[in-house]
Write a protein of this length. Structure first.
Length: 366
């Protein structure tokens, strides 16, 4: 639970579901913590009682795909979804407010699309405010899910300054010196991460350039590993498979020079924000979703089309780019991380949460 003291009002905020090991929550709330997940949050039975005992209770919902359509039995899913919705309604009836952050366009691991869609539709109606990270997400929730525009609040995804090491250390890191251009591909290797695109792209690149290194770091899936096997045999490619401990994140990103994000279907990306926090310019598709989370000065590093050829061409461009220019682009990333620092984002969030208990009309998404 997080407690805010704003305008003389105490606002108690419950985070459900809570992602253990993911620094997103503490970045979003900044110095407003500490907070912990509500005990027994999986069934939410105590929500109404909790709301009745608080002055300004707020339920902050995340990752609705962890709430709806999680099982393989549609009948059980429907019962569980209705129960959750009833308990959320009881929370509101007891005076609580629901603040909902949208992280994904659809469920990461979709088992029961119908139950998930019904649950999300109910949240669209129940939520007092819907938080999105960028304008494209606001359009999606308004046009595809019918959320009233006045309920939308746009607050960017925070950077990861101070998450893994002091911000001054991160911002003071120079461009790593290397005879090869160092690329990094980081995160859980799901299909939407562009895993299918990489093997052919990297094989093509290796036929034209040998002065590069690519580190693939993160938890890989067996199917993804099979797809990538020809690429993994190249001397330029190395893999660090498995969960990356927090203590190792600064060294991994600090040794890299450029971040690869050849994503297919994505909504927002914490890994892109993390890369730029460590000064890594991002190569990714030229889409509204990527433009929303990268500084305009580096948008020329985004390529057209989800095919190997434009990705290879952009990687060649970065290999041939003088270190002096790359250092300038690195400075742009650091400036972007500073502009979206947790302290900045948390102030916007605090003001937004406080507005839940003020009678101020809002005519358009902010």
């Amino acid at each position: 639970m997080c407690v805010y003291y704003e305008f003389g009002n105490i606002i108690s905020i419950l985070n459900i579901p809570y992602a253990h090991g993911n620094p997103y929550h503490r970045l979003l709330y900044g110095s407003a913590g500490p907070y912990v997940p509500l005990a027994g949050a999986k069934d939410l039975r105590q929500l109404a009682q909790y709301a009745a005992g608080q002055v300004s209770p707020v339920l902050h919902l995340h990752w609705d795909d962890r709430m709806f359509g999680r099982g393989d039995d549609p009948d059980t899913n429907r019962i569980n979804t209705q129960t959750l919705v009833d308990r959320l309604q009881a929370f509101k009836d007891a005076g609580g407010k629901i603040f909902w952050t949208i992280h994904n366009k659809r469920a990461h691991f979709e088992r029961d699309a119908e139950s998930f869609a019904w649950g999300r539709g109910q949240l669209c109606a129940l939520a007092d405010l819907v938080h999105v990270h960028a304008p494209h997400a606001a359009r999606h929730m308004i046009e595809d899910w019918g959320v009233a525009p006045e309920k939308i609040r746009i607050i960017p995804h925070p950077s990861y300054l101070d998450a893994y090491e002091p911000a001054a250390v991160t911002l003071g890191r120079p461009l790593p010196s290397s005879p090869n251009r160092r690329f990094l591909f980081f995160g859980t290797m799901r299909g939407n991460k562009g895993v299918a695109l990489l093997p052919e792209a990297i094989a093509r690149l290796a036929r034209h350039r040998t002065n590069f290194d690519l580190l693939i770091a993160g938890k890989t899936m067996r199917r993804a590993m099979r797809r990538m096997q020809p690429m993994l045999d190249l001397p330029q490619v190395s893999v660090r498979d498995g969960f990356i401990p927090d203590a190792d994140v600064p060294d991994i990103f600090g040794a890299a020079q450029v971040f690869l994000a050849p994503f297919g279907d994505f909504f927002t990306s914490g890994s892109v924000m993390l890369a730029q926090t460590f000064g890594l310019p991002v190569i990714g598709p030229d889409r509204a979703e990527m433009r929303a989370i990268t500084p305009p000065e580096n948008h020329d590093l985004l390529y057209e089309g989800q095919r190997p050829k434009p990705l290879v061409q952009m990687m060649k461009r970065l290999i041939d780019m003088p270190d002096a220019e790359l250092a300038q682009r690195r400075a742009v990333c650091f400036a972007y991380a500073h502009a979206t620092a947790p302290a900045v984002i948390s102030r916007s969030l605090a003001a937004t949460l406080s507005s839940l208990f003020q009678q101020e009309p809002h005519d358009a998404p902010r």
